[in-house]
Design a protein. Structure first.
Length: 242
């Protein structure tokens, strides 16, 4: 296991933990306020998934990656810098396994750079515009960073807060705004590569399930799991991906 980086902007490096193995690579991307090593190390080494070259990537503003103040932290911008990191890593035709906000980023990555993605596994990715109550009460990112971030950590609970506290508050605020405007359902259903959407059974019925299936998206529901499918049921998640 080694840590690698790519200079994805003049002022920022994106970093990832890499596990050696065979190509094609498998790329793991975390959600908002998370970090890929914490969320995916267990399943990346699961017997059903181990043996592949695996990149556990931290998006800008999160984990061990840089947090440039001038970056917009939109889903599209994150997709572009993730593409730059994968170019530096020499990745082509990867299986991209991405959770929540990371899943939304990965959908755009697959649409913009299909040469990088041979198969997409989107785990409870944000597909539709939704209100973002965590930022609604904070008029701007400066106020959120000063006062709202601490409140968000308290509301997140001890597990999520453990990784969210590593994220940049401005990055969290800007990311939340971009997530609120996410409109990616049509993009997901028109991707040219095989696509899987993984849902935790405890999250309830997936909105638009029938439409996704009709469009060729392979929807897989993992029993005994909520939003953090890979943590709640690692065996079920690994089986769904493999």
């Amino acid at each position: 296991m080694t840590i690698h980086h790519a200079q994805v902007r003049p002022d920022a490096r994106m970093r990832w933990v890499e596990l050696p193995g065979t190509d094609p690579a498998r790329v793991y991307v975390h959600g908002l306020g998370s970090t890929s090593p914490a969320y995916f190390a267990g399943v990346a080494t699961h017997p059903a998934l181990a043996g592949r070259r695996s990149l556990l990537v931290d998006l800008l503003g999160h984990g061990i990656s840089d947090r440039p103040a001038t970056f917009g932290y939109t889903l599209a911008e994150q997709a572009d810098v993730l593409a730059a990191a994968l170019d530096t890593a020499g990745v082509r035709g990867a299986e991209v396994v991405a959770h929540s906000m990371g899943g939304s980023v990965a959908i755009l990555l697959a649409a913009r750079r299909p040469d990088l993605v041979a198969r997409l596994v989107a785990i409870e990715a944000n597909l539709d515009p939704t209100p973002r109550p965590r930022i609604a009460d904070w008029p701007d990112e400066t106020t959120f960073a000063a006062d709202g971030f601490a409140a968000a950590l308290d509301a997140a609970g001890p597990d999520w807060a453990a990784t969210m506290r590593l994220a940049d508050p401005v990055a969290v605020h800007r990311s939340e705004r971009s997530l609120g405007a996410a409109d990616l359902r049509a993009v997901l259903t028109t991707l040219p590569m095989p696509t899987v959407y993984v849902q935790g059974a405890r999250s309830g019925p997936l909105a638009g399930h029938a439409g996704l299936t009709a469009a060729g998206v392979d929807v897989r529901v993992v029993d005994g799991a909520g939003h953090n499918v890979m943590l709640d049921n690692p065996d079920g998640f690994a089986a769904a991906v493999a």
